[in-house]
Unconditional design. Structure first.
Length: 198
């Protein structure tokens, strides 16, 4: 907050006023629009973390996005591919859900579903090696996004562990991330943000 700007005065949110929330929203709108930069900062935490894989987690994300980009996918799809494993550092047991929560306000229902379920769909390639049911994704057979999620795994996520692949750098994708995170498609806060920005 810049010096001289007003702040809310309540100590209990149930006592907040419209003036309090005007002060908060003045701060919230530019902060929210800078979400892309914070997402990129968090994605960088994956650099150097191999977790036993042939490439580090950031390279895997970059490679997944590079493959989607080179296949002519839309910008929001490419960003989804880039961020699909961003939850690895925070959620060892639920990383797909973390990525899905971050992306939900900014992507279509289909892209949200793909990222939220990609962990189960990827399991067809390795779950049997760790004592799990490799066909776990079959519970979703017939879902309208089943084929799109299987395609994401087969074309982009699964082959993105190649140390010799010509992977594009994060800087290439940064403008795409910034554009996507500038304005949500859906949010419970969307109307109030638009009013403050006007």
């Amino acid at each position: 907050m810049a010096e001289g700007q007003s702040r809310a005065t309540f100590s209990d949110m149930s006592q907040s006023t419209q003036e309090d929330w005007q002060a908060i929203m003045v701060e919230h709108v530019p902060f929210a629009r800078g979400g892309g930069a914070r997402v990129l900062d968090h994605l960088r935490l994956l650099a150097g973390d191999y977790g036993g894989f042939p490439v580090d987690r950031l390279t895997h994300c970059l490679q997944t996005a590079t493959r989607a980009y080179r296949d002519g996918r839309s910008e929001d799809y490419i960003v989804m591919a880039l961020l699909h494993d961003i939850g690895d550092t925070l959620g060892a047991y639920n990383h797909p859900e973390i990525a899905a929560a971050i992306l939900k306000p900014f992507v279509s229902e289909e892209l949200h579903w793909i990222v939220e379920h990609h962990g189960i769909f990827q399991g067809v390639n390795f779950f049997h090696h760790i004592g799990l049911n490799r066909d776990m994704r079959e519970q979703f057979r017939g879902h309208k996004y089943f084929d799109a999620t299987a395609e994401f795994i087969d074309k982009y996520d699964c082959p993105a562990f190649d140390p010799d692949y010509d992977t594009l750098p994060l800087e290439f994708f940064e403008p795409m991330v910034m554009r996507l995170f500038e304005k949500p498609l859906k949010s419970i806060y969307k109307k109030s943000e638009q009013e403050v920005a006007a």
